[in-house]
Ligand binder design. Sequence first.
Ligand code: MRU
Length: 351
Amino acid sequence: MFKTIEWKDNKVVMLDQTLLPNKVIYRKFINYNDVAKAIEDLLVRGAPAIGVAAAMGVALGVSRLKAKNITELKRGFKKITTRLARTRPTAVNLFWAIEKMTSVFEKALNDQKTIQQITKILIAEAKSLCREDVEINKRMGKNGAKLIKNNSTILTHCNAGALATAGYGTALGVIRAAVEAKKNIKVFADETRPILQGARLTAWELMEDNIDVTLITDNMAGYAMQQGLIDAVVVGTDRVAANGDVANKIGTYSVAVLAKAHNIPFYVAAPTSTIDEKIKHGKDIPIEERSPKEVTSVLGKHIAPNKVKVINPAFDVTPAKLVTAIITEDGVLKAPYTANIKKLFLNKNKG
Ligand code: MRU
C-alpha cells in the first residue's frame, strides 16, 4: 500500500497527488514554506492529510530554524504557523493540527526544555498525529461498516480515502472496513470536477486495493440513483458545524439532495477532529474560492471562451437535515445533531 505522507530522515515525504494516476512520484521537503505551497497546490489534499502535513510542516520549520535563543525560537514558531494557517481555509483539521502543535510547544516552553528538546518533542508529536490518524480511520471504518448492507453499491464523491488521510481513509475507510468484514461491496465514484479527485484519486486507490469501482461523471449521479444502482452514499467532510451541517467538496450538496429524493441513506464519515463546535451553522464555514483556471481548463487544456465569468467554490455545505448519520471514531451520530455532538464531546472530555 502506498504512503500519502511520512516523516523520514528529518524530511517530510509526500506522494505528489497532482500527478496521479499517471505517475507515482514522492517528493521530499526540507522547507516548511514548500510544505505550505504543496498544501495550496493540492500536492497533498483531503482534510486529515492537510492536518498531518501542517503538523509536519511546523516540526520541519522548527528543526531548520537555527534559533540562538528562546526569543528567536518563539518568533520563528509564530512565522511558521502563520504561514501554514494561511494555506487553505475550509478544512478545520489544518487549524486543529496547528493548535495541537502550538499547545505542545507552549507546554515544552513552560517546562523549560532546551531548543533541541523542543524540536524533538515537536517532531514526535507530528509523527504521532500521523500514526493516530490511521488508527482513528480504522475505528471509524468499523463503526461505519455496520451501516453498510451486504451486496451494496456505494456512491462516493471526491476522494476521502487513504490519499486524503495518513492512511486507510474516512469514507473509503468505511468501504474498506465493510470489504474486510467480507461484505460484497461495489463503489461508484463521481469524477468530481473541477480537479477530478474522484477520477484521478478514488478510482486509482480503490483499483490498487482490488475494490470494485465504476467511474461516472458528476451529472450521472441522478441517473444512477433513478436506475436503482446506488444503495447508499458515503462521503468525507472538511468541517462539520455544531448543528451537523457538513462542508465537503463542491457537488456533495447536489448528491445529498438527490439521495433524499431517491430515499437513499446519505452518510458522512468524520473524525472528531473535523467537527468544529465553535461554528454553529454551516453558513459560517469559510468556503475556499480557487483559481478560475480550474474551471476554464481540464488537466491543463483550455475548454472555455477567454474571459468568460467563472466562480470556483471548492466546497459546499450540506444541511444536517439531509444527513442520515455522521460516522466518527467514537460512534455513529444521528439527529438531533446539535445535542448529540454536544454529548459526544462531553463524554470525550470526561474520558
Ligand atoms: O480539495 P480537496 O481535495 O482537499 O477536498 C477534499 C474533500 O473534499 C474530502 O472529501 C474531505 O477533505 C474529506 S477527506 C477524508
